[in-house]
Design a protein around this ligand. Structure first.
Ligand SMILES: Cc1cc2nc3c(=O)[nH]c(=O)nc-3n(C[C@H](O)[C@H](O)[C@H](O)COP(=O)(O)O)c2cc1C
Length: 226
């Protein structure tokens, strides 16, 4: 975009603001277990047909304490945590190998809602990754072989050539590459944010108390100032 008058443009960006009035989030009406709260909000995001409700930002931190983010797709969630799939040798994979603490964020713009989740990440089992890999469309399975994710490549032709080569090699049955699979983040902090009028937003944070067995997990629910 050509900016003819940078000063005017800055001013108009600074004036972009929206009032949030769609809903509220109260202690009384929220679930005691954050997983149930997430399930309710995720279902509402799907019912509202927000674009890509399953897209979440994943933040990792490298060994030298440099943070980075990217978007990934949630594929599963339950009391064990939230699962996504990727290349284990990618930047995120390398950062998680050095530092398993990570954060996730959903932003459902149309619902004026954000969910922030923090915790420790583990690889899921090979058999779980195999099972999911086989459900992917063929071109996605070939793509997992064709793309050395996060590596520098000389040009796009390399990807196209790789895809053609692996397509011929594996035909209809590409196996899961060893460097491709799932991660699961086990949350110990959740925050649910609901936009409200006059910037007086609702924020409920759930913090895991102790590490008792899954059935008896206790969550401290606190309201945070917006
Ligand atoms: C909507 C959306 C969904 C994405 N889903 C995934 C995903 O599930 N897994 C993945 O590895 N990359 C996904 N990507 C690409 C990542 O954002 C990112 O470019 C890639 O994983 C490389 O990140 P890294 O170099 O930090 O490891 C997605 C991108 C977008 C925009």
């Amino acid at each position: 975009m050509l900016i003819s008058n940078p000063e005017k443009n800055m001013t108009s960006i600074a004036n972009l603001r929206k009032n949030y009035e769609r809903a509220q989030l109260n202690e009384d009406a929220s679930h005691a277990n954050p997983l149930h709260q997430f399930e309710q909000w995720f279902n509402e995001a799907m019912a509202a047909q927000v674009p890509e409700p399953n897209a979440m930002t994943l933040a990792t931190v490298s060994c030298n304490l440099r943070p980075s983010t990217r978007v990934v797709l949630i594929k599963e969630f339950d009391e064990r945590g939230l699962v996504w799939f990727t290349n284990y040798d990618s930047r995120k994979g390398q950062e998680l190998a050095g530092n398993p603490y990570a954060a996730l964020q959903f932003h459902w713009v149309e619902l004026e809602r954000v969910v922030r989740i923090e915790g420790v990440v583990e690889k899921i089992s090979d058999s779980e990754s195999d099972t999911y890999f086989q459900t992917r469309p063929l071109d996605s399975r070939i793509g997992a072989w064709a793309s050395p994710q996060s590596q520098v490549i000389p040009n796009r032709g390399v990807l196209v050539a790789n895809a053609a080569r692996y397509g011929v090699q594996f035909l209809l049955h590409p196996p899961r590459p060893a460097c491709w699979g799932g991660y699961r983040l086990k949350p110990d902090i959740w925050e649910f944010w609901q936009g409200r009028k006059s910037r007086l937003h609702d924020r409920l944070r759930y913090t895991l108390q102790g590490t008792s067995n899954k059935q008896n997990e206790l969550w401290l629910r606190e309201r945070l100032a917006p």
